[in-house]
Ligand binder design. Sequence first.
Ligand code: F0G
Length: 456
Amino acid sequence: MNFRTIIEPFRIKSVEAIKFTRREDREAALRQAGHNVFLLRAEDVLIDLLTDSGTGAMSAAQWGALMQGDESYAGSRSFYRFDAVVRDLTGFKHIIPTHQGRAAERILFHTILHPGQIVPNNNHFDTTRANIEVEGAEALDLVIPEGRVPSLVHPFKGNVDLRALERLLAEDADRVPLVMVTVTNNSGGGQPVSLENLRAVRAICNRYGKPLFLDACRFAENAYFIKLREPGQESRTPKAIAQEMFSLVDGCTMSAKKDGLSNIGGFLAMNDDGWAAEARNLLILTEGFPTYGGLAGYDLEAVAQGLIEVVEESYLRYRIRSTGYLGDKLSAAGVPIIQPSGGHAIYIDARALLPHIPPLQYPGLALVNALYVEAGIRSVEIGTLMFGRHPDGTETPAAMDLVRLAIPRRVYTQSHIDYVAEAVIAVAAMKDGLRGYRIVSAPPALRHFTARFETA
Ligand code: F0G
């Protein structure tokens, strides 16, 4: 028998209560938080879709592995287990643990970047962009044009625009120290990159003698999309596809808080001996000795086990389908979302839903805040608030104004997701009553985390 229902490939051994609040409690909490959901107490959130980062449920095998942690300062057994798993998956020569993804980014970019240089990517995530800009370099987004049109369906909307990359290198190769590709493309809607595109980027990099790195946070979800959508890949295992993705590049930054299925952790990995030596020196300065990199031995154990579980087909089938399930419900109700559904999140097109709120009054924020007040759901703006301010202090609309509903891994059941769909559809029906916002105070960089707002 071939049953159609795709079930969660786990049963629940331990539960955590969630708190139900009243609408007026949530209004007061949001007011106190300066209308910024990052400043709420998580306890006051019913369903937390702020991020899929570090918010997943670990398996019994991971919790068991914690007890195997070797907390030796140098040469810990847990490091060698972690190293072996990452090496088997990626094939890289140097594996450098870090406490999370952005630490890997900071170390990589501080090691190799100089002011005035350019780092192309499909789309840089906010921390990646900030870590490039802080070195005085430019973070350039070169996703294919289809990747910028929310309603357009394309199997690999995260692909790099090959012609634009070629043009950049033909004109300005001296200013480009490396090329990056983010899998899946978070800022572009959690969209995958095809093997064909990655191979073509590799060929261009070879022609100009440029190293190619992956931002590999969601490499397993990307590999599974390749299996589902790329001709000729359907009978391969997700792990074999992931291994090929890594074989096409010279290194990666990784946040194990995503496809490491862990609550903390990350790594920087590469083949170049010179860069790795410099990166390790920097690591010792701020993260720790190269066999722990800011992590406890037990964290390294959890990440190692997580990286084994994340490429299991039953997990990925459930993961990708359960995100798509939410996307299908919202689209069927006419809520504009990035098509097709992403791997880790659904992205609502707030600019399309709320055309009466100009981008510089943050339509995404208006929707995020309404979802919290009406339903206790926390989401995140990915748009003009996150990306609209430039290093010179000017502000322009971002390419898109999105609201991301990120799904933590193995945490919520189908009925939680049914509730989310019902709530989003109800809030979308109230769209004409939603108002934009004005900034009251904001820091100069990564402002969305701590800015405070008032209604415009
Ligand atoms: N790269 C991408 C594509 C990411 O999505 C993130 C984090 C990072 C790098 C940085 O990793 O958080 O471990 O330092 N994204 C989270 C998110 C925060 O909500 O999308 P980190």
